[in-house]
Design a protein. Structure first.
Length: 555
């Protein structure tokens, strides 16, 4: 009887349940009382015997677990209870210094964190605060989000810790700092002298960051006071630049002139705005000047720094190799079977088509995979790598365009992976600027490294290819690309693009994606361009219209 009375008394301490809702109050400024819907986990009623082990909860998180965990974390953070906030994450040792630095190094105060409606295990929230430094203050407002996960060892719901929880522009290992900027700001200009701003060109932010990092100290400016992201080791390995989040006092900018064409850049921004996860780059064939580069993303320049398999656009380079080695000729018969097995992998064509008694030109125009992989047994493992480096300037990691860039990678591979590389899969990685340069090399007859800032500005040396294609190889390669633009997989996109034109489509399969990445590279007279639409599908219908529109606009 006594035991039952004590159990009953303990049960009186549970939260009140009204209509299935548990009302809970969490201390801390700004968040106050809130309600959780759902029954939640039952409290321990004290009846467990000493030899019973607590049950480890598994399975999906309940809405109550997600909301309770998120609000407890936000409340502790807002209240300045950093050890408590860090303890609600799955990585307290990483969370604690960044949350501490938010106040001490970033000088952020008067923080109000307002959670929004959860989406599954994700809880978006708004940050409103003030950044103060030596008598100067400015308001800071931005949106972020956190995700709740279940710890496997004991089933406890915790915040899945990443630096982006604190600010979405942070990568793990980055820091937030407020103070005198180490690098003065720059005023970036287009080729006509107009100022380049994110208000005019939505996706140009990463380029402006890169220009400041490269030229800020030598362009004659004076640093101001600002809140900025200072990149850590991991972000620097990806060539990401430090980023200004808020200016408390303006510095005096230096001036850097770029090669961007204002009309083409505006057109490129409009094109990528139409397609999610799209990127495009345009270069002048005769000089290598970058005339436009735009991305659907505003936080990362896939056009310059992307590292993606190019799919069948790689066949431009592979074709130059086969033509040089006498393994193919534009108008001679060339095998295009349904399947070809190499290195114990069975390769096939899209929809398993075959071309009987067709020419190499027909195989290129229709993008026959087996036409290229069938020649793999006759090639050395490093042939494609050498062709990409020596003729097209790819994979040497020596481009100096004026901002951080990825210069392509065509690694030496063997067996099946070497075969896959011939059609732009395997370990081959490029971005739209690389593939625009490939088309420019075909049109010009020689590689000219693309650049965004003239080398005359700082005397830097541009990358050079060690050799050019033979006249016969070049002539046939142009014939292949011209035929594809008129009659092949690129014909629909290139319809209406006049002048001396050539093109190649590409579709790159990516593990875990339902749809492949769509690629397109082409030239028209003195312009060359390339684009990608990630998870877009076939390149001819996704990236193709973007590239074609810019070739028309620049005509």
């Amino acid at each position: 009887m006594g035991n039952r009375r004590r159990v009953a008394e303990r049960r009186k301490t549970r939260p009140a349940v009204i209509g299935g809702m548990i009302a809970v109050v969490v201390g801390g400024a700004g968040l106050g009382a809130y309600a959780l819907f759902g029954s939640g986990a039952a409290a321990d009623d004290g009846t467990r015997t000493s030899d019973q082990k607590p049950e480890v909860k598994t399975g999906p998180l309940s809405s109550a677990e997600v909301t309770t965990t998120a609000r407890a974390f936000l409340t502790a953070w807002q209240s300045g209870k950093i050890p408590q906030a860090a303890a609600i994450t799955d990585d307290p040792s990483a969370a604690r210094p960044l949350l501490t630095g938010y106040t001490e190094e970033a000088r952020v105060k008067d923080v109000t964190l307002t959670p929004a409606k959860r989406v599954g295990a994700k809880v978006p929230f708004t940050v409103k605060a003030t950044v103060a430094y030596k008598g100067t203050e400015k308001p800071l407002t931005y949106d972020s989000a956190l995700t709740v996960m279940r710890r496997t060892s004991d089933g406890k719901p915790l915040v899945d810790w990443h630096s982006a929880v604190v600010h979405p522009d942070l990568r793990d290992g980055d820091e937030l700092v407020t103070g005198a900027a180490g690098t003065p700001p720059v005023k970036a200009l287009d080729r006509d002298g107009g100022e380049l701003t994110t208000k005019k060109y939505a996706s140009i932010g990463p380029v402006l960051d890169g220009l400041r990092e490269k030229y800020g100290k030598e362009a004659g400016g004076k640093a101001g006071i600002e809140l900025r992201v200072v990149r850590g080791k991991a972000a620097k390995a990806q060539d990401l630049s430090d980023k200004t989040l808020l200016e408390l006092s303006e510095g005096t900018p230096g001036t850097v002139k770029t090669t961007l064409d204002p009309a083409l850049q505006a057109a490129a921004e409009r094109q990528v705005a139409k397609k999610a996860r799209s990127s495009v780059a345009v270069v002048r064939v005769s000089t290598g000047e970058i005339l436009a580069a735009a991305n659907a993303s505003r936080s990362f320049s896939t056009a310059f720094q992307g590292s993606l398999a190019p799919g069948s656009t790689m066949k431009v380079i592979t074709s130059s190799l086969l033509l040089e080695k006498g393994l193919a000729s534009a108008d001679k018969k060339h095998p295009c079977p349904k399947y070809f097995t190499y290195g114990h992998w069975k390769f096939q064509n899209d929809d398993k088509f075959e071309i009987k008694n067709g020419t190499f030109k027909a195989s290129f125009a229709r993008s026959c995979n087996t036409a290229f992989i069938s020649q793999a047994p006759k090639l050395k493992n490093d042939d494609l790598t050498k062709q990409a480096q020596q003729v097209f300037g790819l994979g040497l990691n020596n481009w100096a365009i004026g901002v951080p860039s990825f210069d392509g990678a065509v690694p030496v591979q063997s067996a099946a992976q070497m075969g896959a590389s011939l059609i732009g899969q395997g370990g081959v990685r490029v971005n739209p600027l690389n593939m625009a340069s490939v088309s420019a090399t075909v049109k010009a007859g020689t590689f000219r490294q693309p650049y965004l800032v003239s080398p005359d500005v700082d005397g830097r040396e541009l990358a050079k290819a060690s050799r050019a294609m033979s006249a016969d190889t070049l002539s046939q390669l142009r014939e292949l690309m011209s035929y594809t633009a008129a009659y092949g997989t690129a014909a629909e996109a290139m319809a209406g693009v006049g002048g001396d034109v050539g093109a190649k489509t590409g579709t790159a399969e990516v593990d875990g994606q339902k749809k492949p990445n769509g690629w397109f590279t082409a030239y028209r007279d003195d312009l060359a361009a390339a684009g990608v639409v990630q998870q877009g599908g076939h390149g001819g219908s996704t990236a193709g219209p973007i590239v074609a529109a810019l070739l028309k606009a620049g005509g």
